[in-house]
Design a binder for this molecule. Structure first.
Ligand code: SF4
Ligand code: SF4
Ligand code: SF4
Length: 1022
């Protein structure tokens, strides 16, 4: 439940935050829209002359006064106030927003009473006028638009009628609000001498009808608004007007959002296109007769089934908004513009963003209002870019005044077609989400997701900062500190860091691997001499280390240990160093020279290599243990796993690694014309791409996988590249039998047709055979890439314990049951990635020293960082420019702050070291302003929910009483109290003046430090 603040509190908050931090409601001044309106963007709408055509849609951004103020500050000039209705005490399911990719919400119902809504809208109106005056701007270019629902009875009710009357200036009490603001601003940089705020807040209404409202009811309401109330009127239409065939074709076939289910009822209970046209015709004639404006707003959200169950399960349906709705809204706009020959103005909100706004404006669509886009990272701060890009792009089109641009059905139809083909709206650009499940603590939560996701926890942000500063040499040292295989991973790492780069949520992820590769290739020749690590703790004296295997795990372990000053000998069975990556990853992905550079670096450090030494052959584990203090076994995973189906022994069926090794050695097998690769990992992609080169243009290479492409474990870019190179993909097929010709050679692969069942422990949906359905693919060769499964037989007699999964058994520290003998990489994990091998190597090295230690903390400009996090910027070709796109998530995360529509998540500073706190910037949640929508939890890169787990600042006792568990911070004029609650009980209380010692009461000392910092930062709120 929310407890909206009074005008006095809000005005004080505005003035104080502005003067003390250079922000207002968390929006840094750098994001404020210019005070002077652009002549190009000015436009008329609903009886207003708007400074620009951008606004915020009725919804979470227009509920509380601070939301409206934040919208105004970033440039919104058409404020569609959140819909009100007579039923103003509804229980709304929570969480109610899921904006991680496509936007979903439970029906956004009013959460405030009509009285509270009026109070908030009037407060916002007064504040916006005062801020405009204080900034030397003309407030008349801002339009507040009422939105009412949902049926005629409710709209005619005395409560809603009174609301509308008051909004239209009947005894609204605006003068008192203006005085309160002027008083609060007095003596600050926002002080205004005169503040004349009009009594009329709004004289225009958008009619928001529930999904399923009958056409005749919509028309009756529209006529009531126009003829009886005499207000300018807009009606908001549903996307279902496109009709089931066209809508589903766009959504599923062209955009690929096949998992979005639109129930038949959605079409059955909504008006048809013809119904809607009749309503539009009737209302526009009525408005013309009454001398009022009339417009259509596209579109309402799309009713869909709650399949993913992110929103509460009890909601069978939820409502889709965001990017997938954009081509649908554009297509509907084109149809309506055509039907009415451009005579009925169309305003649009479905999936509008900074990059498509100018296209729509050039078609004559305006104003454009936004909600979903502003709920994503960057939040309100995304809006300034709309204005900048619109100004530039319309200028480039020679458009001097928006009002001169007519609504064009032809242009809209062409635009809608382009949008339907644009991957920005399709499933192919689905945005990944964070996988970290670390718990969210009261303080010190900020970390870079890229670094957390990297198995070796490489310091990506520092590397990118150094590269952006042109310091490739220093960047290479940072890379080498965490990862001795800088060249190999620069080319062939599966780079999971990229999947979790926060920029995925804004534009494009940073090309982390490519930039690091550039640094490795472009650092000074002598810049790669790694400095030694500190050697402390248990193994302060130099040890002798034996490493068995010179693959990624062995090589990396050798370098880590050498940098710790230990003597290291690597024993390798083959002549070639570098393991499977060196021998089997094709040269088009991993050149020999790259592996050679990593090996050379190890050799220069003094790592000794003994080639032709095989464990279980001429090498005996007992003897190794006698010679070395510690032994690290990194012998790889051994042979490839078999399909386990009849016929797989036939000629023409080969293992992917064997195949790739033969290709790399220059003696590839004859594959024939038609090749099937079974598997979905990186080896499968390598094998498919290598085979594609061998079969030539006339040949065909098909990857067969038992799940869908979306579940393939291979890096997404490897899959995309394979496809671009002509590899075909067959999803949901599992090998059942290899069919063999009379000559003993494979001729076909009979596959079981699969479907996806329930999600397994790894979160992926398990493939299940469809009863009785098979498919046979004709083939000349089959390459099996379903993982590696057999430990080298030579290890069987070494005394190492083999785990049930067929791998060497180790404890959490990677030590085997033989003391002093450790193991890592594929020998322990099975087929894994190069960087996972590096991670194991480091874990082993940490057992013989301390490889940790980052550079010193840097000064952070929080406002500059917040502004950067709002600006969308797509990939740069030049490495330094690309590195400069890094948002420094380790220094300031604040995702929860930017995405909160209610400005309830706030940033504060604390002195690091106070109470054991280590980070300077922290976040807290103003409980009175939070409605538990869950948006901050969806974007927080931890397993927690900021609005529940962070200290909750309560401005009122009522808010404090609402809170179940967690840290409840009650802010009072003359002090503060911080209660920690668990299982509904208060377990610890600290208060102003009750200092706690970190020696005797560390938990109390920490709470005290937090409480003191919160009070210092937010006492102005009471
Ligand atoms: S923006 Fe930079 S710090 Fe943040 S996740 Fe991406 S690479 Fe890492
Ligand atoms: S703090 Fe989080 S849950 Fe609360 S209103 Fe903001 S985004 Fe929603
Ligand atoms: S989103 Fe907020 S709570 Fe989550 S890690 Fe970032 S700053 Fe912390």
């Amino acid at each position: 439940m929310m407890f909206p603040s009074t005008i006095e509190t809000l005005a004080r908050a505005v003035a104080h935050e502005h003067d003390s931090c250079g922000r207002i409601f968390g929006i840094p001044a750098a994001l404020f829209a210019p005070a002077a309106a652009s002549p190009r963007l000015r436009c008329a709408h609903m009886g207003h002359s708007l400074d620009n055509p951008f606004g915020v849609a009725a919804g979470p951004h227009t509920q509380l006064a601070q939301n409206i103020v934040a919208s105004y500050l970033v440039g919104a000039r058409f404020i569609e106030l959140k819909t009100v209705q007579v039923l103003d005490r509804l229980e709304v399911s929570k969480p109610c927003i899921d904006m991680r990719d496509l936007g979903y919400n439970c029906e956004w119902s009013q959460e405030l009473t009509l009285e509270q809504s009026f109070d908030q809208y009037a407060s916002a109106f007064a504040l916006v006028h005062a801020l405009a005056r204080a900034r030397g701007a003309d407030p008349s270019g801002i339009g507040f638009n009422m939105s009412v629902g949902y049926d005629l009875r409710g709209i005619r009710s005395p409560a809603v009628t009174t609301f509308i009357d008051r909004m239209r200036g009947a005894g609204g009490g605006i003068t008192a609000k203006a005085k309160a603001v002027r008083d609060a601003f007095a003596g600050t940089s926002l002080a205004v001498d005169e503040l004349d705020v009009p009594e009329r807040i709004s004289n225009d209404v958008t009619l928001s009808t529930m999904h399923g409202c009958p056409p005749e009811e919509i028309e009756r309401i529209g006529l009531h608004l126009i003829e009886e109330l005499g207000v300018h009127t807009t009606i908001k239409l549903n996307p279902t007007l496109l009709g089931p065939e066209r809508l589903r074709h766009l959504l599923h076939d062209r955009l690929g959002h096949t998992r979005v289910e639109v129930p038949d009822e959605a079409f059955a209970h909504d008006p048809s296109f013809e119904d809607a046209c009749a309503i539009v015709d009737s209302l526009s004639r009525a408005a013309k007769k009454a001398g009022l404006c009339f417009a259509v707003k596209l579109t309402n959200t799309l009713e869909t089934r709650n399949v993913e169950k992110v929103l509460p399960e009890k909601e069978a349906l939820h409502y889709m908004s965001g990017r997938a709705l954009h081509p649908i809204s554009a297509a509907l706009a084109a149809l309506l513009a055509d039907r009415f020959a451009g005579a009925v103005p169309i305003s649009l909100s479905g999936g509008v963003d900074a990059f498509n706004a100018a296209d729509l404006l050039a078609c004559g669509v305006r104003p454009l209002t936004v909600s979903s886009d502003l709920l994503r990272p960057g939040g309100y701060g995304r809006l300034p870019q709309y204005l900048e890009l619109a100004e530039d792009r319309l200028g480039a089109l020679g458009i001097e005044r928006l009002d001169d641009v007519p609504l064009s059905a032809t242009k809209l139809a062409a635009y809608a077609e382009r949008a339907a083909d644009d991957t920005r709206y399709s499933r192919r650009t689905a945005r990944p989400t964070f996988s970290s499940r670390r718990s969210l603590e009261l303080v010190d939560c900020m970390a870079a997701p890229c670094r957390e996701r990297c198995p070796a926890h490489q310091n990506v942000p520092d590397t990118l900062r150094l590269i952006a500063e042109g310091r490739a040499d220093d960047a290479l040292e940072v890379i080498l500190r965490d990862n001795p295989l800088a060249a190999t991973t620069g080319c062939a790492c599966d780079h999971p860091c990229t999947l979790e780069c926060v920029r995925n949520l804004l534009d494009d992820p940073i090309e982390i691997r490519e930039i690091k590769r550039w640094a490795e290739e472009n650092a000074r020749a002598d810049a790669d001499e790694p400095r030694p690590y500190r050697r402390d703790g248990l193994h302060a004296r130099p040890c002798s280390i034996g490493v068995v295997g010179a693959g990624p795990a062995g090589l990396a372990a050798a370098v880590f240990c050498r940098r710790l000053g230990h003597e290291v000998t690597v024993y390798e069975a083959r002549d070639r160093l570098g393991g499977i990556p060196a021998s089997a990853i094709p040269a088009f992905r991993l050149p020999d020279a790259a592996v050679a550079r990593d090996v050379a670096r190890a050799a220069r450090l003094g790592v000794r290599f003994e080639r032709g030494r095989t464990l279980g052959g001429d090498l005996d584990l007992g003897a190794l243990r006698a010679v070395h203090d510690r032994v690290f076994i990194a012998v790889g995973a051994g042979g490839g796993r078999r399909l386990g189906v009849p016929g797989e022994g036939a000629a023409g069926v080969c293992d992917a690694i064997d195949f790739l090794e033969r290709v790399k050695k220059g003696g590839p097998p004859d594959l024939g014309r038609s090749v099937v690769v079974v598997g979905g990992g990186n080896s499968a992609m390598d094998a498919a791409r290598a085979a594609r080169r061998l079969v030539g243009e006339a040949g065909r290479v098909t990857v067969v996988y038992r799940r869908t492409r979306a579940e393939m474990p291979a890096a997404r870019d490897e899959i995309d590249i394979a496809e671009k190179e002509g590899v075909a993909f067959e999803e949901l097929l599992a090998p059942g039998r290899v069919t063999v010709g009379t000559d003993g050679h494979v001729v076909g692969l009979e596959c079981l047709v699969m479907e996806l069942g329930e999600a397994g422990d790894d979160g992926r949906r398990a493939p299940v055979p469809v009863a009785g359905k098979t498919r046979t693919v004709r083939v000349d060769s089959i390459i099996v890439a379903v993982g590696q499964g057999r430990l080298p037989a030579s290890l069987a007699s070494s005394g190492l314990e083999v785990a049930p999964n067929g791998r060497i058994a180790v404890d959490v520290g990677l030590e085997t049951r033989l003391p002093g003998v450790f193991a890592g990489g594929d020998a322990v994990r099975g087929a894994s990635t190069i960087v996972e091998a590096v991670a194991d190597a480091r874990a082993f090295a940490d057992a013989v020293g301390n490889t940790g230690g980052d550079g010193a903390a840097r000064e952070i400009d929080a406002n500059a960082s917040l502004a950067r996090k709002s600006r969308r910027a797509y990939k740069e070709a030049e490495p330094r420019a690309e590195a400069a796109r890094c948002l420094g998530c380790d220094e300031l995360c604040a995702l929860c702050v930017t995405v909160c529509p209610n400005r309830a998540n706030v940033l504060y500073e604390i002195v690091p070291t106070a109470g054991g706190v280590t980070q300077r910037y922290q976040t807290a949640n103003v409980a009175d302003w939070c409605n538990g929508c869950g948006n901050c939890a969806a974007f927080c890169p931890t397993g927690g929910a900021p609005y529940r787990d962070k200290p909750r600042i309560c401005l009122t006792e009522e808010a404090a009483r609402e809170i179940g568990d967690g840290a409840v911070f009650l802010l009072e004029r003359d002090g503060w109290e911080l209660r920690e609650r668990e299982a509904g009980e208060t377990v610890r209380v600290v208060r102003e003046g009750e200092h706690r010692s970190s020696e005797t009461d560390p938990a109390g000392a920490r709470l005290f430090a937090i409480g003191r910092a919160l009070y210092a930062a937010f006492r102005y709120l009471v």
